[in-house]
Design a protein. Structure first.
Length: 75
């Protein structure tokens, strides 16, 4: 769910600095626990390209709940 107040500003991707985890707020699941992430531990990005270019965090995990890869369809 997109959030438009501070510190989210309507951006799609949230980086949890403390846990080194990248979240996609458009695919947010309850298991992401976004509301429990302290605002000082949040960096926001509009796109994955922006995150890749601007990220000061060279190592991160993709959240297993909201950053799942699209499953391939069987023939």
């Amino acid at each position: 769910m997109r959030r438009f107040g501070y510190p989210y500003f309507g951006k799609r991707y949230l980086y949890d600095i403390k846990n080194k985890t990248l979240h996609d707020l458009l695919n947010e699941k309850e298991e992401c626990h976004i509301d429990l992430i302290h605002e000082d531990d949040i960096d926001m990005y509009s796109s994955l390209n922006e995150a890749a270019l601007l990220m000061d965090h060279p190592f991160y995990y993709e959240c297993p709940f909201c950053m799942k890869k699209a499953e391939s369809k069987e023939g």
